[in-house]
Design a protein around this ligand. Structure first.
Ligand SMILES: [Zn+2]
Length: 333
């Protein structure tokens, strides 16, 4: 996929986290383990890479410069002292941690620090997490370990207590919209819509801008939901069987449905809060007219629970069936 070329890692927002880190580096109190938490696609791994650049940048000026050899190698993934574990599908395993531990026991090869970035650490196996704990207990000098996770509560407390925790919050939608227009050539309309849909998660907004299948899938989710609301029990169960075959699509679909029911809840309660799916005001008002506040509340709760269940490997089909059978039944074909 084509992306816009950049010589520097774009961190938008999270300024306080960068300032804190920079101060610690300046006074030579570099944290040996960092935990970055926040919703998916909010910029955790981007910030981790930025920190890796910061630690190894060769310039005497403001860091990271984005142009020195070290900065460029980190950006294109070829720096020998930076290890990144960012597999969306696979859990981090104990063998990989052992391999990493060996690496970290050596002095930096060409940079000042060895940096290990372990993304979505809640997905690591228990044995991998326990193995990493040993490394955190006996930190080596010139080594920085950065973990990312959605919530600290999903990690072993003993791991969390050994990390400097940084909680990243969603950006204001105006900042997301501005960044999309400034750095990724979005039109003002695209910028506003994607910023709103992203709920302040720039990573998501950027992906949706560059990969149009994301918005196409979103439109499909609305169509499917409208159909399901008119389906009988048997057809809903058949739909559950098909959709649950692909975990990634299932999760993405549940996430979109959650935004829809949340919007329906806002419309039905007459709230002044702006709906998320700005471009769907009309179809959503139509759906809101056929359902009630209690149903919308229940669906928001059920969808949140279903998304959480996915993280805990609950049977995907049963998980989805519960949601679909709880959805109201609209009249009509
Ligand atoms: Zn540099």
């Amino acid at each position: 996929m084509d992306t816009v070329a950049h010589s520097q890692i774009q961190v938008i927002g999270h300024n306080w986290a960068i300032e804190l880190f920079a101060r610690q580096v300046q006074v030579e109190r570099v944290p040996q383990a960092l935990l970055l938490t926040g919703p998916p696609n909010i910029g955790k791994s981007t910030l981790a890479l930025f920190f890796a650049q910061y630690l190894n940048c060769q310039t005497d000026g403001p860091k990271p410069c984005g142009v020195c050899l070290s900065c460029r190698k980190i950006l294109n993934g070829s720096h020998p002292d930076i290890r990144i574990f960012d597999d969306e599908q696979q859990a981090l395993k104990i063998d990989e941690i052992r391999d990493l531990q060996h690496d970290l026991s050596l002095s930096p090869y060409e940079g000042q620090y060895r940096v290990a970035i372990l993304c979505n650490f809640e997905r690591a196996t228990t044995s991998a997490a326990n193995a990493l704990l040993k490394t955190l207990e006996e930190p080596a000098s010139q080594v920085v370990i950065i973990l990312t996770a959605v919530e600290a509560g999903s990690l072993l407390p003993t791991i969390v207590s050994r990390c400097q925790s940084t909680v990243l919050r969603p950006l204001p939608t105006s900042a997301v919209s501005q960044a999309l227009q400034t750095y990724w050539q979005a039109s003002p309309e695209q910028g506003e819509l994607l910023a709103q849909l992203s709920a302040g998660r720039l990573g998501w907004a950027k992906r949706a801008l560059l990969d149009e299948t994301l918005l196409a899938h979103r439109a499909e989710c609305l169509r499917d939901l409208s159909d399901i609301l008119r389906m009988n029990r048997a057809n809903r169960l058949a739909y559950a069987q098909t959709l649950s075959r692909n975990q990634v699509t299932l999760k993405a679909t549940l996430q979109v449905w959650l935004t829809i029911w949340r919007d329906l809840l806002l419309l039905q309660s007459g709230s002044k809060t702006q709906i998320l799916n700005l471009d769907w005001r009309e179809p959503l008002q139509n759906l809101a007219g056929q359902s009630n506040l209690g149903q919308a509340k229940e669906m928001v709760t059920k969808l949140r629970a279903a998304l959480l269940n996915l993280e805990y490997n609950v049977n995907p089909r049963l998980n989805l069936e519960i949601v679909l059978l709880k959805m109201p039944k609209f009249e009509g074909k």
